[in-house]
Design a protein. Structure first.
Length: 190
């Protein structure tokens, strides 16, 4: 027996969401998008994201994709009644995750500063293990050197992972990047 529910036509007889029909916006706008994932079964509140995009649909895709990737789950959906154009109210009473480009740029700068600090601390820690030439590690210090490398390794992996993830996230997206072409729209109606 399969652990998955059957993909029968009854499950897909209507769209999952009824999004408002809107035109593609020349200027990207801020959107508040609330997403519920499997944490809802543990009594946790849903996550709220602020994104910037050209349409409601593109904003929802952006927040939902982020949530699914960040939490490594496919079990997630947008809560339409808590999602809207604009920022959350100042007195929202909850934390929200800012995924707008300027916020991501600031986060990237913080991560790079953390990486520079880690490298400086690492270089200072291994300075005493160097041979007289100042370049190579003294063979008598290999054990201590390896222990020091291991001590810094987990933090380094976390930073590399964070940098990689942020760089991948900063790539241009196809969704919402430009208005649909009239030829694409007409061919989909044929």
């Amino acid at each position: 027996m399969s652990p998955f529910a059957p993909l029968t036509p009854e499950r897909f007889d209507a769209p999952l969401y009824e999004l408002p029909q809107e035109e593609w916006s020349e200027e990207p706008r801020d959107f508040t998008v609330t997403v519920a994932g499997p944490e809802r079964f543990d009594g946790e509140e849903p996550y709220t994201y602020v994104v910037r995009d050209h349409t409601v649909e593109a904003a929802w895709i952006q927040a939902l994709t982020w949530h699914m990737r960040e939490n490594e789950t496919l079990d997630a959906h947008v809560i339409a009644s808590e999602s809207h154009v604009g920022l959350p109210p100042a007195d929202a009473g909850y934390h929200w995750n800012d995924l707008r480009p300027e916020s991501q740029s600031a986060a990237m700068k913080r991560t790079i500063a953390q990486a520079r600090d880690l490298i400086a601390r690492y270089e200072a820690a291994i300075a005493g293990f160097r041979a007289e030439d100042g370049e190579d590690i003294d063979p008598e210090q290999y054990g201590s050197y390896d222990e020091t490398r291991a001590d810094f390794g987990e933090e380094a992996i976390d930073l590399v992972s964070s940098l990689t993830w942020r760089l991948e996230r900063s790539r241009p997206r196809v969704t919402g990047a430009e208005p649909p072409s009239s030829s694409a729209a007409s061919s989909s109606q044929d």
